[in-house]
Ligand binder design. Structure first.
Ligand code: GLC
Ligand code: CA
Length: 543
């Protein structure tokens, strides 16, 4: 597969997400920072990734850990300086790694100068940069709720108006209807492009075209018009990787976001597969077992419907999701096997894989006491449900399973104090299992999860079929196997995974002996039809 219009470089790339405050502290204040990331570039190059998606490092009061930006063109002192950022971009480039910035464009911080001006008066030129409605102190414009709890409307007595916020009160929504605001955003993005960033991740981009009077949050009527203008004014001037976070994307909508004509983004980051273990129509905290056959169906549908007319991201984890090995694997007896199985299953598919920091060493969820949680979403939900009369133990069960803090515990580098993350007091407790689970021990073990990821990244670069092959699901009704093929130009890849902790017998009638085994997470077996707990294999047949 050659590079070119139909095969841009990011189709063969793997992205690694860094959550800066939890990655590596370099100055002992207990918070990860940009210089810490620079120190770890050798590690990331060894893993083989192509780009880092950097969660927000811009100036921010940190109400939502940086997803509340008060200056889009400066770095929060907690993470370093603009010079550190420039050095990170430069050093990363030397390691053949591009830096993708997290653009939070749906809302700003309420401490952003635009908002400080906006709330001064209705005549202020910045007033219209945000979404305001009249009302009285007692009656908000409607009953819309914010994602982190409470009303989506906040009363500002000085000007007797409400502003709209889909997330916390400190994250007022920006008004994309205002062309001046859009222009300022484009200028800011072009400025980052000139600094040499390699791409962008667009935070909750499907929510920018809100219509609160119609109670529309996602997929508003002008959404794609706005995105196309954004893309034209910025991204299309460079050879970038861009990814839009879209919780509300269907495959049809995803084809717009990731249209191969390049009119919007490179790819979409959608969540249909990831929300399956919750009760239908309820919140993520209302747990349900994973419907395995449905998981297969959904992933199959995305593979098929985007084939040659869109591009997807492949992920199990990010900073908002629990650790996959604890969620759909087994983080006890079969931690290594199941972590590798999940990696193999995902990395064989079409799309651009994303690895979230610590996933490559099999980091797990935590069970902390309430005072050790930090996430605004978790803290607000805890209060809200207590007030609604939920049992505390039930609330904690939900938190253990789904809290975003599961992903945000410090990266486990080695078995020294605080897992080598900081010499100070970490901003959030380190997972107590760091003595066993850490990057150093993974790197000295050739059979580790780390080397599984490394191999998978190399395979994607070596064989065209990973980027190009057409997908077919095998054994769709089997309740242990998740198996599929990918086929293109004489190469056929088989990915066969036992997604369970019981042995399973594979009934596929292929001549496995004549195929090349690309990867297996177990030593060779006597009977190749038998798959041990969480066993995963990749075979390649060439014509
Ligand atoms: C996205 C981010 C999440 C953040 C939210 C509001 O979903 O991934 O961390 O809280 O947007 O910006
Ligand atoms: Ca620090």
């Amino acid at each position: 597969m050659r590079e070119g219009k139909n095969c841009p470089w990011w189709k063969k790339s793997v992205v690694y997400q860094v959550y800066p405050r939890s990655f590596q502290d370099s100055n002992g204040d207990g918070i990860g920072d940009l210089n810490g990331i620079i120190q770890r570039l050798d590690y990331l190059q060894e893993l083989g990734i192509d780009a880092i998606w950097l969660s927000p490092v811009c100036k921010s009061p940190q109400d939502d850990n940086g997803y509340d930006i008060s200056d889009y063109q400066d770095i929060d002192p907690m993470f370093g300086t603009l010079q550190d950022m420039e050095r990170l971009i430069e050093e990363a480039n030397k390691h053949h790694i591009k830096i993708m910035i997290d653009l939070v464009l749906n809302h700003s911080s309420d401490e952003h100068p635009w908002f400080l001006e906006a709330k001064k008066g209705r005549e202020n030129p910045y007033h219209d940069y945000y979404v305001w409605r009249d009302g009285t102190e007692e009656t908000p414009p409607n009953d819309m709720r914010a994602a982190f709890g409470g009303s989506a409307w906040e009363w500002v007595p000085e000007i007797e108006q409400y502003y709209f916020h889909q997330f916390s009160v400190k994250q007022p929504d920006l008004n994309w209807e205002n062309p001046k605001l859009r222009q300022e955003i484009y200028e800011m993005i072009n400025w980052w492009m000139q600094k040499g960033v390699g791409g962008f991740r667009l935070d909750v981009i499907d929510q920018i075209a809100k219509e609160p009077d119609q109670k529309i949050t996602q997929n508003g009527p002008r959404l794609h018009e706005f995105i196309q203008e954004l893309s034209r004014e910025t991204f299309q001037k460079g050879d970038l990787i861009t990814v839009g976070e879209a919780w509300g994307a269907t495959t049809e909508i995803a084809k717009l976001y990731s249209n191969p004509d390049g009119s919007e983004f490179s790819m979409v980051f959608q969540f249909e597969h990831i929300g399956l273990d919750q009760q239908e129509g309820k919140e993520k905290w209302d747990l349900a077992p994973l419907p395995f056959l449905k998981l297969k169906k959904i992933l199959e549908r995305w593979q098929k419907e985007l084939f040659q007319c869109g591009w997807n991201s492949l992920f199990w984890n990010n900073h908002d999701l629990p650790r996959i090995v604890s969620r759909w694997g087994n983080d006890k007896e079969y931690r290594t096997e199941s972590a590798k199985m999940l990696a193999v299953l995902l990395h064989g598919m079409q799309g651009t894989p994303y690895i979230y920091q610590g996933e490559e060493i099999g980091m797990t969820n935590v069970k902390y006491a309430m005072e050790d949680y930090r996430d605004i979403e978790t803290l607000n939900m805890y209060q809200e449900r207590l007030e609604q009369g939920y049992e505390e133990s039930d609330i904690m069960t939900s938190i253990y399973a789904k809290s975003r803090d599961n992903a945000r515990t410090p990266m486990q580098w080695n078995d020294s104090l605080n897992a080598g993350f900081t010499e100070g007091m970490p901003w959030m407790k380190v997972n107590p299992n760091y003595k066993e689970i850490n990057a150093e021990s993974q790197r000295t073990d050739p059979d580790s999860i780390f080397y599984c990821y490394k191999t998978l990244i190399q395979l994607r670069k070596k064989y065209e079929v990973f980027a190009e092959g057409a997908f077919e699901l095998l054994m769709p009704e089997h309740n242990q196997f998740f198996a599929y093929t990918r086929e293109s130009q004489g190469e056929k890849l088989y990915v066969i995974c036992n997604f369970s902790e019981k042995e399973a017998v594979c009934s596929l009638e292929e001549n496995w002996k004549n195929m090349q085994i690309l990867y297996s997470n177990y030593p060779e077996s006597v009977d190749e039809k038998i798959y041990r707990p969480y066993e995963a294999r990749m075979y390649l047949r060439c014509q």
